[in-house]
Structure formats: structure tokens, C-alpha cells
Design a protein around this ligand. Structure first.
Ligand SMILES: [Zn+2]
Length: 321
């Protein structure tokens, strides 16, 4: 099919590494469904709400930020706040300076203290464009892996080089602990959504900030994915048995949501393997692909994303198109 409008969207997607671009295309595809999707599924009390998202109070000292980027792109990605006696961690730097500034203000309002740490889970611009806004807080530390720091610098537009140079580097192989006094946040290096992702894990209560390894009720973006690693790391996150997962995009998740997401990832792999056996291209297989039954309202997508996901698998499995 050579619909000019669809083709130009696809070209646009291929020129950017941002999940945000993915979202804007998705919004264009189905704005009504998208709004309904985010309006639902508040899992915990909402302590702040704006056009761009809401903050849910997960437990003592733990808040999850659920962005609603199809209405307003100020924050774009999900994230959150974790407070202990000795510090306050803000997860992600968001899609704009205004978004990051707003999250820092929320941290102060909710905890009585300014953020001490900002952790970015991976380099994508919807998670890192607000770094300058986040670093208006005096003394705050940026934590990222070396790979993520370098990818923000080398692959994103107008990177804040001075802030990146001051980043505290997280071990890319072993978990690191952020000691907040009466509580720890363990930062676990992973990959699969990109070549360097991290999850932030709290043991009591068991809450995991997954970055973009997990998307809830939204078909994930495979733009930089290493599909087998993505599935493996999501399996590990699920096995950790957390009560609450803060995904990179979409409403807060529980174990049942993780199981549905894993079934989706497996289904995409099966679709890619089937396509290879039949000698189909990713485009052909993507056009035919249908979401597995039982996913509920995971019906919001542009069929082009299927081709991208299937294509990522075919590339990994050694197919030539
Ligand atoms: Zn991403």
C-alpha cells in the first residue's frame, strides 16, 4: 500500500529515537481510544493531577507518575519519586524542562525536601529532554549508566553536556544501591528496550520502576530493541514478584498486567518466526498481525508498529528481507 500520509509517518518514525514521536503518531491514529485508555486504571490515590499526567501515592514515600501525553506533552514519560530519611530520588528527567521542574516541585511538596538524585533509565529523549529543568535544583545528582550518558550526548538533540559530564556513573554490570537512610533503591542494569536500560527496585514494599522495558496497555516501541533481551528482562522483572510496577508508559501495572505484557511479547516473537517460515517481509507480517485475545484494551496502535516489532525480531533471528 502506498498511502502517502501513512508513509510519511513511517519515515518520520524512522528518523527519530524518541518514544515521544511514537506517541504523537499513535495519538494521530486514535485519539479517542487513547484518552479513554489513560483516564482509566488509577490504582492508588491521586495526589496531583495536571493535563500532562497524574501522581499516584503507591505507598509511604513512593509515588508513581503516570503521564498522559496524548493530552499534553509536558512530561511525556512515566517516572516517580522515592523518599527516604537521607534523600529524595526522582525517576526520569521527562520530556521537557517544564515537566522536570514540575516533578521537582512535586517532590518538594510531597516530601518537604528537594530532590537529591535524578536517575534516567535510558537515553530516549522523552525521558531525558528535561535534564536542564531537573538540574535547577541545587546539589542534585544525575545517575545513569555510562552508555546512557554517552547516548544522550551523542544521539539526542541539544544535550546538556555540562550536566552529563557531572553524572555519577552507575555500574553497567552489577546492581547499585542508592542509600536513602531508612530505605534503599537498587538500580539494576538491564537491556532490551535499548542497549542500556535500568530498573529501580524497592524491596519493602516491593515496587519496581521499569523504564521502557514495560509498557502497559500500549504496544511497545521496538525502535532500538534487542527483542530476546527485552523478553528476558521482562521475565526477570516479573519473577521478582513486585506488587506494583511503574511502567515507562501507560497506567501502573500489577503482576497480571505483566503476564499480559509477556504474552504480547511472546506473540510478537511467534509472529516473526511464522513470517520467516512463510518468507514474508516484516511489512507483510505486520499488516496481518492481530493482538492476542484477552489483552483487553490493548487495541490502540498504528499497524506500522507491528511491522517494526516483527522486523526487530527478524533482524535478530538473522532474516534477510
Ligand atoms: Zn524509550
Amino acid at each position: 500500500m502506498s498511502d502517502a500520509r501513512i508513509w510519511s509517518r513511517r519515515e518520520f518514525l524512522e528518523r527519530t529515537s524518541s518514544c515521544a514521536a511514537h506517541m504523537s503518531v499513535m495519538a494521530a491514529a486514535s485519539p479517542v481510544l487513547a484518552r479513554r485508555l489513560w483516564a482509566r486504571q488509577e490504582r492508588f490515590p491521586v495526589v496531583a493531577r495536571e493535563a500532562w499526567g497524574r501522581i499516584e501515592h503507591v505507598d509511604d514515600g513512593i509515588w508513581g507518575m503516570v503521564s498522559t501525553p496524548l493530552q499534553d506533552r509536558t512530561t511525556l514519560c512515566n517516572g516517580g519519586i522515592v523518599a527516604g530519611k537521607a534523600g529524595v530520588v526522582v525517576v526520569e528527567a521527562y520530556g521537557s524542562d517544564a515537566g522536570a521542574r514540575w516533578m521537582a516541585a512535586q517532590a518538594k511538596a510531597l516530601t518537604g525536601r528537594v530532590p537529591t538524585h535524578v536517575v534516567v533509565t535510558h537515553y530516549h529523549s522523552d525521558h531525558t529532554t528535561g535534564l536542564r529543568g531537573a538540574f535547577e535544583t541545587p546539589g542534585v545528582k544525575l545517575l545513569s549508566t555510562t552508555v546512557t550518558r554517552d547516548e544522550v550526548r551523542d544521539r539526542n538533540q541539544s544535550p546538556p553536556v555540562d550536566i552529563l559530564e557531572g553524572a555519577q556513573v552507575l555500574d553497567g554490570r552489577r546492581p547499585s544501591e542508592i542509600d536513602l537512610g531508612d530505605r534503599s533503591v537498587v538500580v539494576v542494569p538491564r537491556n532490551g528496550h535499548t542497549d542500556s536500560d535500568v530498573s529501580l527496585e524497592i524491596s519493602d514494599p516491593r515496587v519496581i520502576f521499569t523504564g521502557d522495558l514495560v509498557w502497559n496497555h500500549m504496544f511497545p516501541n521496538y525502535v532500538d530493541a534487542i527483542p530476546s533481551r527485552l523478553t528476558k528482562n521482562v521475565q526477570l522483572l516479573r519473577l521478582s514478584g513486585a506488587d506494583t510496577y511503574v511502567p515507562g508508559h501507560g497506567p501502573l501495572a500489577d503482576a497480571a498486567d505483566m503476564d499480559r505484557y509477556l504474552s504480547l511479547l511472546d506473540d510478537v516473537e511467534a509472529a516473526a518466526r511464522g513470517a520467516m517460515e512463510r518468507g514474508q517481509s516484516a511489512e507483510e507480517a505486520g499488516a496481518e498481525y492481530e493482538l492476542p485475545a484477552g489483552l483487553g484494551d490493548w487495541t490502540l496502535f498504528n499497524p506500522g508498529y507491528f511491522a517494526r516489532a516483527i522486523g526487530a525480531w527478524m533482524k535478530e533471528l538473522g532474516a534477510t528481507e
